[in-house]
Design a protein around this ligand. Structure first.
Ligand code: PLP
Length: 379
Protein backbone atom coordinates (compact mmCIF):
# COMPACT_ATOMS: atom_id res chain seq x y z
CA UNK A 1 0.00 0.00 0.00
CA UNK A 2 1.35 3.46 -0.87
CA UNK A 3 1.79 6.14 1.78
CA UNK A 4 -1.24 8.28 0.88
CA UNK A 5 -3.50 5.21 1.00
CA UNK A 6 -2.01 4.02 4.29
CA UNK A 7 -2.91 7.35 5.92
CA UNK A 8 -6.57 6.61 5.28
CA UNK A 9 -6.77 2.81 5.49
CA UNK A 10 -3.86 1.24 7.41
CA UNK A 11 -5.06 -0.47 10.59
CA UNK A 12 -8.60 0.83 10.09
CA UNK A 13 -11.58 -1.53 9.72
CA UNK A 14 -15.32 -0.91 9.91
CA UNK A 15 -16.43 -1.50 13.51
CA UNK A 16 -17.22 -5.24 13.83
CA UNK A 17 -20.33 -4.75 15.98
CA UNK A 18 -22.12 -2.04 13.92
CA UNK A 19 -20.24 -1.56 10.65
CA UNK A 20 -19.43 2.09 11.56
CA UNK A 21 -16.92 3.25 8.94
CA UNK A 22 -15.20 5.69 11.30
CA UNK A 23 -13.42 4.14 14.28
CA UNK A 24 -15.77 4.63 17.26
CA UNK A 25 -14.66 6.50 20.38
CA UNK A 26 -14.66 3.66 22.93
CA UNK A 27 -15.35 5.80 25.98
CA UNK A 28 -15.10 3.05 28.58
CA UNK A 29 -12.78 2.31 31.47
CA UNK A 30 -13.36 -1.45 31.59
CA UNK A 31 -14.65 -4.42 29.56
CA UNK A 32 -17.00 -7.28 30.46
CA UNK A 33 -15.36 -10.69 30.91
CA UNK A 34 -17.29 -13.93 30.39
CA UNK A 35 -15.49 -15.31 33.41
CA UNK A 36 -12.26 -14.33 35.20
CA UNK A 37 -9.53 -13.92 32.58
CA UNK A 38 -11.92 -14.88 29.74
CA UNK A 39 -12.05 -11.67 27.66
CA UNK A 40 -11.78 -10.35 24.09
CA UNK A 41 -8.26 -8.93 24.50
CA UNK A 42 -9.43 -5.84 26.41
CA UNK A 43 -9.41 -5.79 30.23
CA UNK A 44 -8.92 -2.24 31.50
CA UNK A 45 -8.57 0.95 29.45
CA UNK A 46 -5.16 2.06 30.79
CA UNK A 47 -3.84 -1.21 29.37
CA UNK A 48 -5.88 -1.46 26.13
CA UNK A 49 -8.43 0.68 24.31
CA UNK A 50 -9.79 -0.15 20.83
CA UNK A 51 -9.67 3.46 19.54
CA UNK A 52 -6.07 3.78 20.71
CA UNK A 53 -5.19 0.38 19.23
CA UNK A 54 -6.40 1.44 15.76
CA UNK A 55 -4.37 4.66 15.98
CA UNK A 56 -1.25 2.74 17.09
CA UNK A 57 -1.61 0.30 14.16
CA UNK A 58 -2.08 3.20 11.73
CA UNK A 59 0.96 5.10 13.07
CA UNK A 60 3.16 1.98 12.87
CA UNK A 61 2.18 1.57 9.22
CA UNK A 62 2.77 5.17 8.15
CA UNK A 63 6.21 5.36 9.82
CA UNK A 64 7.18 1.84 8.60
CA UNK A 65 7.74 0.57 12.16
CA UNK A 66 6.85 -2.74 13.81
CA UNK A 67 4.49 -1.09 16.32
CA UNK A 68 3.54 2.25 17.86
CA UNK A 69 2.72 3.29 21.43
CA UNK A 70 0.57 6.36 22.16
CA UNK A 71 0.72 8.80 25.05
CA UNK A 72 -1.15 11.79 26.45
CA UNK A 73 1.37 14.28 24.94
CA UNK A 74 4.63 14.41 23.01
CA UNK A 75 6.54 14.96 26.23
CA UNK A 76 4.82 12.00 27.94
CA UNK A 77 5.98 9.90 24.97
CA UNK A 78 9.54 11.19 25.38
CA UNK A 79 9.36 10.56 29.15
CA UNK A 80 8.55 6.90 28.44
CA UNK A 81 11.51 6.57 26.04
CA UNK A 82 13.99 8.05 28.55
CA UNK A 83 12.70 5.52 31.12
CA UNK A 84 14.37 2.83 28.97
CA UNK A 85 17.66 4.18 30.43
CA UNK A 86 19.23 3.52 33.82
CA UNK A 87 21.02 5.96 36.17
CA UNK A 88 24.58 6.55 34.96
CA UNK A 89 23.59 6.19 31.32
CA UNK A 90 23.58 9.19 29.03
CA UNK A 91 21.59 10.82 26.22
CA UNK A 92 23.52 12.64 23.50
CA UNK A 93 21.09 15.14 21.96
CA UNK A 94 20.94 17.67 19.13
CA UNK A 95 22.15 21.00 20.45
CA UNK A 96 19.24 23.07 19.06
CA UNK A 97 16.49 21.06 20.83
CA UNK A 98 12.78 21.69 21.51
CA UNK A 99 12.69 23.58 24.85
CA UNK A 100 10.33 21.12 26.58
CA UNK A 101 12.54 18.16 25.62
CA UNK A 102 15.57 19.96 27.08
CA UNK A 103 13.67 20.76 30.29
CA UNK A 104 12.53 17.13 30.70
CA UNK A 105 16.06 15.77 30.26
CA UNK A 106 17.85 18.35 32.41
CA UNK A 107 15.37 19.07 35.20
CA UNK A 108 13.49 15.78 35.58
CA UNK A 109 15.95 13.06 34.51
CA UNK A 110 19.15 14.92 35.49
CA UNK A 111 18.43 14.65 39.25
CA UNK A 112 17.51 10.95 38.74
CA UNK A 113 21.04 10.27 37.46
CA UNK A 114 20.39 10.15 33.71
CA UNK A 115 22.82 12.57 32.10
CA UNK A 116 22.36 14.46 28.87
CA UNK A 117 24.70 16.46 26.65
CA UNK A 118 23.80 18.75 23.75
CA UNK A 119 26.02 18.93 20.68
CA UNK A 120 25.78 20.09 17.09
CA UNK A 121 25.45 17.03 14.84
CA UNK A 122 26.53 18.56 11.52
CA UNK A 123 30.23 17.70 11.91
CA UNK A 124 30.26 13.89 12.05
CA UNK A 125 33.85 13.53 13.30
CA UNK A 126 33.14 15.88 16.18
CA UNK A 127 29.89 14.05 16.88
CA UNK A 128 31.64 10.68 17.05
CA UNK A 129 34.33 12.07 19.37
CA UNK A 130 31.60 13.09 21.84
CA UNK A 131 30.21 9.56 22.30
CA UNK A 132 31.22 8.10 25.67
CA UNK A 133 30.98 4.57 27.05
CA UNK A 134 27.84 5.65 28.92
CA UNK A 135 26.05 6.94 25.82
CA UNK A 136 22.95 4.81 25.51
CA UNK A 137 20.66 6.94 23.36
CA UNK A 138 21.17 9.49 20.59
CA UNK A 139 18.35 12.00 20.33
CA UNK A 140 18.01 13.72 16.96
CA UNK A 141 15.72 16.57 16.05
CA UNK A 142 15.65 17.57 12.38
CA UNK A 143 14.70 20.13 11.17
CA UNK A 144 15.42 21.89 14.47
CA UNK A 145 13.42 24.55 16.24
CA UNK A 146 13.63 27.50 15.58
CA UNK A 147 16.89 27.54 13.57
CA UNK A 148 15.78 24.92 11.00
CA UNK A 149 19.12 23.10 11.01
CA UNK A 150 19.31 19.70 9.34
CA UNK A 151 20.91 16.56 10.79
CA UNK A 152 21.91 13.69 8.46
CA UNK A 153 19.90 10.88 10.07
CA UNK A 154 21.49 8.04 8.09
CA UNK A 155 25.04 9.24 8.80
CA UNK A 156 24.38 9.50 12.56
CA UNK A 157 22.67 6.09 12.58
CA UNK A 158 25.71 4.51 10.87
CA UNK A 159 28.02 5.81 13.60
CA UNK A 160 25.58 4.79 16.36
CA UNK A 161 25.11 1.26 14.99
CA UNK A 162 28.85 0.56 15.06
CA UNK A 163 28.78 1.38 18.77
CA UNK A 164 25.47 -0.35 19.50
CA UNK A 165 23.70 2.85 20.59
CA UNK A 166 19.97 3.41 20.15
CA UNK A 167 18.79 6.33 17.96
CA UNK A 168 15.52 8.22 18.38
CA UNK A 169 14.39 10.92 15.93
CA UNK A 170 11.87 13.56 17.00
CA UNK A 171 10.02 13.73 13.68
CA UNK A 172 7.43 16.30 14.79
CA UNK A 173 8.63 19.16 12.52
CA UNK A 174 8.82 17.04 9.37
CA UNK A 175 5.77 14.77 9.90
CA UNK A 176 5.68 11.25 8.43
CA UNK A 177 4.66 12.71 5.07
CA UNK A 178 8.07 14.34 4.61
CA UNK A 179 10.48 12.05 6.46
CA UNK A 180 10.50 8.43 7.72
CA UNK A 181 13.46 7.94 10.10
CA UNK A 182 12.98 4.16 10.54
CA UNK A 183 13.68 3.75 6.80
CA UNK A 184 16.98 5.57 7.48
CA UNK A 185 17.88 3.16 10.29
CA UNK A 186 16.50 4.87 13.41
CA UNK A 187 15.22 2.64 16.23
CA UNK A 188 12.52 4.99 17.52
CA UNK A 189 10.49 7.90 16.13
CA UNK A 190 8.78 10.43 18.37
CA UNK A 191 5.81 12.54 17.35
CA UNK A 192 4.05 15.29 19.16
CA UNK A 193 0.70 14.42 17.57
CA UNK A 194 -0.41 17.84 18.77
CA UNK A 195 1.24 19.33 15.66
CA UNK A 196 0.99 17.94 12.07
CA UNK A 197 -0.66 14.57 12.86
CA UNK A 198 -3.66 16.19 14.54
CA UNK A 199 -3.25 19.20 12.27
CA UNK A 200 -6.13 21.31 13.59
CA UNK A 201 -4.73 22.72 16.86
CA UNK A 202 -7.42 20.99 18.91
CA UNK A 203 -5.68 18.12 20.74
CA UNK A 204 -2.57 17.27 22.80
CA UNK A 205 -1.11 13.88 21.95
CA UNK A 206 2.16 11.97 21.61
CA UNK A 207 3.40 8.76 20.02
CA UNK A 208 6.50 6.58 19.70
CA UNK A 209 6.92 4.35 16.66
CA UNK A 210 9.36 1.45 17.16
CA UNK A 211 11.51 -0.38 14.64
CA UNK A 212 11.22 -3.67 16.57
CA UNK A 213 8.47 -5.42 18.54
CA UNK A 214 10.94 -5.85 21.38
CA UNK A 215 11.23 -2.08 21.85
CA UNK A 216 7.45 -1.72 21.50
CA UNK A 217 6.92 -4.34 24.24
CA UNK A 218 9.20 -2.40 26.59
CA UNK A 219 7.35 0.85 25.84
CA UNK A 220 3.91 -0.80 26.18
CA UNK A 221 5.06 -2.00 29.60
CA UNK A 222 6.02 1.59 30.57
CA UNK A 223 2.78 2.95 29.04
CA UNK A 224 0.71 0.62 31.23
CA UNK A 225 2.90 0.82 34.33
CA UNK A 226 3.13 4.63 34.44
CA UNK A 227 -0.26 5.39 32.85
CA UNK A 228 0.30 8.51 30.69
CA UNK A 229 -2.24 7.25 28.14
CA UNK A 230 -4.28 9.42 25.75
CA UNK A 231 -8.08 9.39 26.01
CA UNK A 232 -10.15 7.74 23.26
CA UNK A 233 -11.54 11.09 22.04
CA UNK A 234 -8.00 12.41 21.54
CA UNK A 235 -7.04 9.23 19.65
CA UNK A 236 -10.10 9.70 17.41
CA UNK A 237 -9.09 13.30 16.63
CA UNK A 238 -5.54 12.23 15.72
CA UNK A 239 -6.90 9.43 13.49
CA UNK A 240 -9.14 11.95 11.76
CA UNK A 241 -6.26 14.40 11.31
CA UNK A 242 -3.95 11.75 9.82
CA UNK A 243 -6.43 11.05 7.00
CA UNK A 244 -5.60 14.47 5.44
CA UNK A 245 -1.91 14.70 6.44
CA UNK A 246 -0.62 14.41 2.86
CA UNK A 247 -2.87 17.11 1.37
CA UNK A 248 -2.32 19.46 4.31
CA UNK A 249 1.47 19.17 4.46
CA UNK A 250 1.82 19.31 0.67
CA UNK A 251 -0.21 22.53 0.48
CA UNK A 252 1.62 24.02 3.48
CA UNK A 253 4.99 23.30 1.78
CA UNK A 254 3.78 24.98 -1.43
CA UNK A 255 2.69 28.04 0.55
CA UNK A 256 6.00 28.08 2.45
CA UNK A 257 7.96 28.20 -0.82
CA UNK A 258 5.98 31.23 -2.03
CA UNK A 259 6.41 32.99 1.31
CA UNK A 260 10.18 32.38 1.26
CA UNK A 261 10.29 33.95 -2.23
CA UNK A 262 8.39 36.95 -0.91
CA UNK A 263 10.69 37.33 2.11
CA UNK A 264 13.74 37.16 -0.19
CA UNK A 265 12.32 40.12 -2.11
CA UNK A 266 11.73 42.29 0.99
CA UNK A 267 14.79 44.52 1.70
CA UNK A 268 13.90 44.77 5.42
CA UNK A 269 14.44 41.02 5.83
CA UNK A 270 17.94 39.91 6.80
CA UNK A 271 18.43 36.12 7.21
CA UNK A 272 15.89 33.53 6.08
CA UNK A 273 16.26 30.09 7.64
CA UNK A 274 14.58 27.48 5.44
CA UNK A 275 16.14 24.19 4.28
CA UNK A 276 14.63 24.66 0.81
CA UNK A 277 17.00 27.56 0.07
CA UNK A 278 19.99 26.31 -1.97
CA UNK A 279 22.50 28.20 0.20
CA UNK A 280 21.13 26.60 3.43
CA UNK A 281 24.00 24.43 4.80
CA UNK A 282 21.64 21.44 5.19
CA UNK A 283 19.93 21.81 1.81
CA UNK A 284 21.49 18.75 0.12
CA UNK A 285 20.86 16.50 3.13
CA UNK A 286 17.26 17.73 3.40
CA UNK A 287 16.80 16.97 -0.31
CA UNK A 288 18.12 13.45 0.30
CA UNK A 289 16.11 12.54 3.41
CA UNK A 290 12.90 14.62 3.08
CA UNK A 291 10.17 14.60 0.43
CA UNK A 292 9.90 18.40 0.58
CA UNK A 293 11.37 21.15 2.78
CA UNK A 294 8.56 21.62 5.29
CA UNK A 295 6.37 24.54 6.27
CA UNK A 296 8.38 26.09 9.09
CA UNK A 297 10.32 29.27 8.27
CA UNK A 298 12.40 31.50 10.53
CA UNK A 299 13.71 34.93 9.54
CA UNK A 300 15.10 38.03 11.16
CA UNK A 301 15.20 41.70 10.23
CA UNK A 302 18.10 44.02 9.42
CA UNK A 303 17.00 46.11 12.36
CA UNK A 304 17.78 43.62 15.12
CA UNK A 305 15.93 45.52 17.87
CA UNK A 306 13.53 43.35 19.84
CA UNK A 307 10.76 45.96 19.61
CA UNK A 308 10.94 45.81 15.84
CA UNK A 309 10.15 42.10 15.77
CA UNK A 310 7.49 42.49 18.44
CA UNK A 311 5.83 45.14 16.26
CA UNK A 312 5.62 42.69 13.33
CA UNK A 313 4.09 40.03 15.59
CA UNK A 314 1.44 42.34 16.96
CA UNK A 315 0.47 43.64 13.50
CA UNK A 316 -0.32 40.46 11.58
CA UNK A 317 -4.02 39.71 11.24
CA UNK A 318 -4.12 36.28 9.57
CA UNK A 319 -0.98 34.93 11.24
CA UNK A 320 -1.98 34.35 14.85
CA UNK A 321 0.67 35.07 17.46
CA UNK A 322 0.81 31.77 19.34
CA UNK A 323 3.04 28.87 20.38
CA UNK A 324 2.72 25.49 18.64
CA UNK A 325 2.77 24.66 14.92
CA UNK A 326 1.50 22.27 12.30
CA UNK A 327 -2.15 23.34 12.15
CA UNK A 328 -4.20 24.39 9.12
CA UNK A 329 -3.96 28.01 10.29
CA UNK A 330 -0.73 30.00 10.04
CA UNK A 331 0.98 30.98 13.28
CA UNK A 332 3.71 33.51 14.04
CA UNK A 333 6.02 33.30 17.04
CA UNK A 334 8.92 35.15 18.62
CA UNK A 335 11.32 32.52 20.02
CA UNK A 336 13.44 34.99 22.04
CA UNK A 337 10.48 36.07 24.19
CA UNK A 338 8.20 33.01 23.86
CA UNK A 339 9.49 29.45 23.43
CA UNK A 340 13.17 30.14 24.18
CA UNK A 341 12.91 32.90 26.81
CA UNK A 342 14.54 30.68 29.46
CA UNK A 343 17.85 30.54 27.54
CA UNK A 344 20.28 33.33 28.58
CA UNK A 345 20.50 36.09 25.93
CA UNK A 346 24.24 35.60 25.28
CA UNK A 347 23.80 31.87 24.62
CA UNK A 348 20.80 32.57 22.43
CA UNK A 349 22.61 35.08 20.23
CA UNK A 350 25.71 32.88 19.99
CA UNK A 351 23.58 30.07 18.57
CA UNK A 352 21.95 32.41 16.02
CA UNK A 353 18.69 32.99 17.89
CA UNK A 354 18.67 36.77 17.59
CA UNK A 355 16.20 39.14 19.26
CA UNK A 356 14.51 39.89 15.95
CA UNK A 357 14.13 36.23 14.90
CA UNK A 358 10.56 35.44 13.89
CA UNK A 359 9.22 31.92 13.40
CA UNK A 360 6.37 31.09 11.04
CA UNK A 361 4.27 27.93 10.93
CA UNK A 362 2.68 28.10 7.50
CA UNK A 363 -0.89 26.84 7.21
CA UNK A 364 -3.06 26.05 4.22
CA UNK A 365 -4.78 29.42 3.63
CA UNK A 366 -4.35 31.15 0.25
CA UNK A 367 -0.70 32.17 -0.05
CA UNK A 368 -1.61 35.60 -1.55
CA UNK A 369 -3.47 36.51 1.65
CA UNK A 370 -0.62 35.26 3.84
CA UNK A 371 1.95 37.28 1.86
CA UNK A 372 -0.22 40.43 1.99
CA UNK A 373 -0.57 40.02 5.77
CA UNK A 374 3.21 39.68 6.26
CA UNK A 375 3.89 42.59 3.92
CA UNK A 376 1.59 44.90 5.90
CA UNK A 377 3.15 43.86 9.19
CA UNK A 378 6.82 44.09 8.11
CA UNK A 379 6.53 47.40 6.27
C1 PLP B 1 5.53 20.30 20.66
C2 PLP B 1 6.77 19.49 20.54
C3 PLP B 1 7.08 18.51 21.48
C4 PLP B 1 6.24 18.26 22.71
O1 PLP B 1 4.98 17.78 22.43
P1 PLP B 1 3.68 18.06 23.35
O2 PLP B 1 2.61 17.34 22.61
O3 PLP B 1 3.50 19.53 23.43
O4 PLP B 1 3.99 17.46 24.69
C5 PLP B 1 8.25 17.77 21.28
N1 PLP B 1 9.05 18.00 20.22
C6 PLP B 1 8.77 18.94 19.30
C7 PLP B 1 9.72 19.15 18.15
C8 PLP B 1 7.63 19.72 19.43
O5 PLP B 1 7.38 20.68 18.51
Amino acid sequence: MKFNTKLIHAGIHPDPSTGAVMTPIYQTSTYAQDGPGNHKGFEYARTQNPTRKVLEDNLAAIENGAAAVCFGSGLAAMDAIIKLLKPGEEVLATHDLYGGSYRLLVRVFGPLGIKSRYIPMQNLEYFESQISENTKLIWIETPTNPLLQIVDIEAIVNIAKRKNIMVCVDNTFASPYLQNPIDLGADLVLHSGTKYLGGHSDVIHGAVICKTNELADQLHFIQNATGAVPGPMDCFLILRGIKTLHVRVQRACENAKKIVEYLQSNPKVNRILYPGIISHPGHEIAKKQMKDFGAMISFDLHNQELENAVRVLSRTKLFTCAESLGGVESLIGHPASMTHASIPKEDRIKSGLTDSLIRLSIGIEDSDDLIADLHEAIN
